[in-house]
Design a protein around this ligand. Structure first.
Ligand code: SAM
Ligand code: SF4
Ligand code: SF4
Length: 338
């Protein structure tokens, strides 16, 4: 334990580190990387600008020494990063990492689930917005059908993974899938989490009208299922959880828009090019890669990270209005990983 736990301006500790391992993706989800903006000529980061595994592991060790105990690997699509199991094994071996998960669109899990499991990964969040093939194909921008992802989820569960499924709900797009998705994953005893559509990045067509709130989703679900609310299991838990009265299955809600949770936000984010962000909706990150590559020692890096966290006062979702959503410059989800 640290003698002086690191806290930000709102007395929030640093507990979680979300590491984006690539800004690339094989999907073009309309709410994240719309294909009109992320076309064939889009300039993704060259490999030399991405943190190497050694750099990621070094930074992870430093974050852990400051209080981080939960790590999430994300992207872009993290399974596009070569040799990912090597990184997973490296993170697993860090003393103080109590929990590690990976968020993926699931398309490439078929080949990668086994080596990642062997490297020590145990928790997967798979993003899936619809069961209806045409609709899902439109939403992922690549015509990719859900059948393969559903098979990959089954295999991951059989292999021993704890799997959760994330569904972003958008009005006028996939509300019709709320109940079918709930029924499907209830039957499988897999936790499904409904994510309110967020104004991430600068051009994903967001407006309040297109957000289907937790309350609305819950009301729809309650017409078909008997649900009861569960208590938060730890400080900073993002999802509000419910269980079905007639099964062990659970659902969750990520209510970033209708009931913001900034006051307990303990998450730091590291982009694939080594910038430290203290909020999903930040405009600027602190360039740790530049420090590393100009020869900074661990003490200097620790001081920099400490300073960034101590100055942190972010509470974007608490303050969100239609104006901030439209006018503020923000990083994109595909860059920082959600
Ligand atoms: N590619 C991986 C995936 O899709 O799971 C990991 C990165 S993705 C950016 C992480 C999560 O952010 C996904 O669950 C995705 O659905 C969610 N996401 C992306 N854009 C979003 C938005 N505008 N509002 C809410 N969630 C969003
Ligand atoms: Fe890719 Fe994930 Fe963004 Fe979809 S949500 S475009 S899968 S990074
Ligand atoms: Fe955390 Fe920023 Fe989201 Fe608030 S808006 S919960 S500070 S990431």
């Amino acid at each position: 334990m640290n003698a002086h736990p690191l806290q930000d301006q709102l007395r929030r500790p640093i507990h979680d580190l979300r590491i984006s391992v690539t800004d690339r993706c094989n999907f073009r989800c309309t709410y994240c990387m719309p294909k009109e903006l992320f076309g064939d000529d889009y300039a993704f980061l060259p490999a030399s600008e991405q943190l190497t595994f050694d750099e990621i592991l070094r930074l992870t060790r430093l974050f852990v020494s400051l209080g981080v105990s939960k790590i999430r690997l994300t992207g872009g699509e993290p399974l596009l990063r070569s040799n990912l199991p090597e990184l997973v094994a490296g993170i697993r071996a860090i003393d103080g990492v109590e929990d590690m998960g990976l968020t993926t669109n699931g398309a490439m899990l078929g080949r990668q689930a086994a080596p990642l499991y062997a490297a020590g990964l145990r928790r997967l969040n798979v993003s899936l917005d619809a069961l209806e093939p045409e609709l899902f194909g439109r939403m992922n921008g690549r015509g990719y059908k859900p059948g393969t992802i559903l098979r990959h989820i089954d295999h991951a569960v059989e292999a021993g993974y704890e799997v959760k499924v994330n569904m972003v709900v958008q009005r006028g797009v996939n509300e019709s899938e709320i109940v079918p998705m709930a029924a499907y994953f209830k039957e499988k005893n897999i936790t499904l989490r409904f994510i309110e559509f967020m104004d991430a990045g600068n051009d994903n067509g967001w407006s309040y009208d297109r957000v289907v709130t937790k309350q609305e989703i819950l009301e729809r679900l309650q017409r078909s299922f008997a649900l009861e609310a569960l208590e938060h299991s730890y400080f900073g838990e993002v999802a509000q959880r419910y269980r079905y009265r007639d099964s062990h299955a659970q659902i969750g809600f990520i209510t970033s828009v209708s009931e913001s949770f900034c006051s307990s936000c303990t998450r730091a984010r590291l982009s694939s090019d080594g910038k430290l962000y203290t909020c999903l909706f930040a405009a600027e990150g602190y360039d740790l890669r530049a420090m590393i590559r100009s020869g900074a020692d661990d003490g200097e890096l620790l001081t920099a990270i400490r300073n960034v966290w101590e100055q942190r006062a972010d509470r974007y979702s608490d303050e969100r209005t239609e104006q901030t959503a439209g006018n503020r410059e923000k990083i994109g989800m595909s860059y920082i990983g959600g």
